[in-house]
Write a protein that binds this ligand. Structure first.
Ligand code: AMP
Length: 249
């Protein structure tokens, strides 16, 4: 089995996002960027499948600026075999990402595509579903367990109120939820080895995909600041504050 994993470079999840003064977006100058956490889980799952002898090759792909090479090198250090960067400096919307990934699927013919359920910067939760639809493939989204069952894939999904298990005919698209696995840290020897693994660079035009945006961001604002709490002396005071200050009862 050949597995394709899509990895996105995003603002590191530990960094507090700062909004640009003109409210046009999040300020990404001089901040730490990392692999989207759900994409790390996707890489880990692919590597575990290879370690179990279920996959022979793992290819990772990222669509982004040249710095996304670092993200791809991280995936190579975790255990992927080779990478493809589709280089573009502008932000690419989920539909265009899905179309580019479809182009990579047509070129590489993987049996399985694993991706994150969501990128933590745009919170879109769209790309995996769109890719499955464009390819006409089955999809197992929000996966918390993935098992090979003959020529099918058994995917346990985290849904409201419980777990749902679906059987997917391959080829298929799987998107990862948080509890699927705990990604490994790359060891120093593997980081060194990853530097020698193949990384091809391509352009959106190689796939004939129009990446021009269809959505305009009107405004980005920070969430309102939370006020510090206070301690009340009595139940009467609490009721008074709820009635007269918070006006919730
Ligand atoms: P989204 O639909 O933006 O929430 O992203 C869901 C998943 O699609 C991510 O976790 C990635 O696996 C993949 N994806 C989205 N954007 C990109 C990108 N620019 N490059 C590579 N993969 C991406």
């Amino acid at each position: 089995m050949k597995i394709l994993v899509a990895v996105k470079r995003v603002l590191d999840y530990n960094v507090k996002a700062r909004v640009k003064s003109d409210q046009s977006g999040v300020d990404l100058s001089n901040v730490k960027m990392s692999m989207n956490p759900f994409c790390e889980i996707a890489v880990e799952e692919a590597v575990r499948m290879k370690e179990k002898g279920l996959a022979e090759e793992i290819i990772t792909v990222s669509i982004g600026p040249s710095q996304a090479q670092e993200t791809l090198r991280t995936s190579l250090a975790m255990g992927a075999d080779r990478s493809i960067l589709i280089e573009i400096d502008e932000n690419v919307e989920p539909l265009a990402v899905a179309k580019l990934l479809k182009g990579v699927v047509e070129k590489e013919s993987p049996n399985l595509v694993i991706m994150g359920k969501q990128s933590i910067d745009g919170d879109n939760n769209q790309t995996g579903q769109m890719l499955a639809a464009l390819l006409g493939w089955g999809q197992g989204t929000f996966a918390s367990k993935v098992e090979k069952d003959g020529d099918q894939l058994k995917v346990t999904r985290e849904v409201d109120g419980g777990l749902e298990t679906v059987g997917l005919k391959l080829p298929a698209v799987v998107t990862t939820d948080l509890r699927l696995n705990e990604p490994r840290y790359a060891s120093l020897p593997n980081i060194m080895k990853a530097k020698k693994k193949p990384l091809d660079t391509m352009a959106p035009s190689d796939f004939g995909v129009d990446v021009s945006p269809r959505v305009v961001t009107l405004k980005v604002t920070e969430p309102p600041k939370r006020e510090a709490g206070i301690k009340v002396e009595s139940v009467e005071q609490l009721v008074d504050k709820l009635q007269n200050e918070a006006k919730v009862i």
